[in-house]
Design a protein around this ligand. Sequence first.
Ligand code: NAP
Length: 374
Amino acid sequence: MKGRAPFSSRPRESTSSEEASSTSRSPPIFSFSRNLVSFSGKAMVEEKPTMHAVWYECYGGGAAGLKHVNIPVPAPKKDEVLVKLEAIGINPYDWKVQQGQLKPFLPRKFPMIPANDVTGEVVKVGPAVEKFKPGDKVVAVLNPMTGGGFAEFAIAKESQTVARPPEVSAPDGAGLPVAGLTALQALTQVAGLKLDGSGPLKNILVTAASGGVGHYTVQLAKLGNTHVTATCGARNVDFVKSLGADEVLDYRTPEGAALKSPSGKKYDFVIHCALGFPWSVFEPNLSARGKVIDLSAGLKTMMTYSLQKLTFSKKLLVPMVLSPKGKNLEILVKLVKEGKLKTFIDSKCPLSKVEDAWAKSISGCATGKIIVEP
Ligand SMILES: NC(=O)c1ccc[n+]([C@@H]2O[C@H](COP(=O)([O-])OP(=O)(O)OC[C@H]3O[C@@H](n4cnc5c(N)ncnc54)[C@H](OP(=O)(O)O)[C@@H]3O)[C@@H](O)[C@H]2O)c1
């Protein structure tokens, strides 16, 4: 791809096969829409690049609600880059928006092209872009409000895009953005952990440590001065130990359900990637100023947090929402490059069969990251 334009816009004669609808279940990998123009007295069409994308048009429907379409390749604005995608990461956020869990705020409008975690090659840049040029390999986190990842091309803000060195493969890089950034934010910004191993020893519990966020959280936590207890299903106990966890609990056992550290540790921080658990389960397992960082905070968490603040409680249930930052993505990419952080890939799936990946993510039984390839 380097050295030549990956697509162009040039006039050509029309063919009847191109009269087909722009929506189809089996779109061509790359095609052209047309505009009639007059050229030397002959009917010609100006080719406009289009791409295969997958969107949904209303709330609900799960995998069956995804539709394969041919739509124009988007054009980058001032501070944006157009990326030809190589891999796309799925997160529960993507299908939670489709399910209407973030109604009435998201999606901003239908149709919605889901997914925000991408890797690929820059093919066009906006006039104000300074850091990237066509041919650069990148990892990017797309605007979560507008998505755009389930496609052959996507637009990313320059500020949310980072260079991808050859040591970081496209699928490994595509796992990083939302899950890795969430793990990093929870550990370093909320829990105050130093990844260089300095600072006092912290006892940390990671729930759902086998999932996308959890598997990065365990690895990052072990770069700091920590003792890590983790929960996961029985089938993933060895996997989670291999990530560096000091002790692992099967969440379907009584000890796992009680979140009790086998060695009797009291947790300074819980990075809560699983769903549910009343405060009464966490509370006895926390150190005097222990905090539970809840990544899936609902109304109940908000109410508990407000009450705890009002009553000056030392133990806290803290809701956390990711604020994606390019500089944090750079940290993650560097750690992968140095071999200090790994993406475990649950499964890869082509964009033409993305329904399978969507259904697997909804099932909640991914080990590591589910990756889609255009
Ligand atoms: N606040 C934010 O900004 C933010 C950002 C990212 C993610 N999140 C949220 O964080 C949560 C985790 O995301 P994710 O991407 O890591 O999900 P994920 O990859 O889908 O997690 C799946 C894993 O969780 C395990 N699991 C499920 N229930 C469990 C339990 N009770 N105890 C222990 N393990 C359990 C599953 O194991 P089994 O298959 O053995 O059941 C599976 O391996 C999601 O709710 C997501 O929406 C929030």
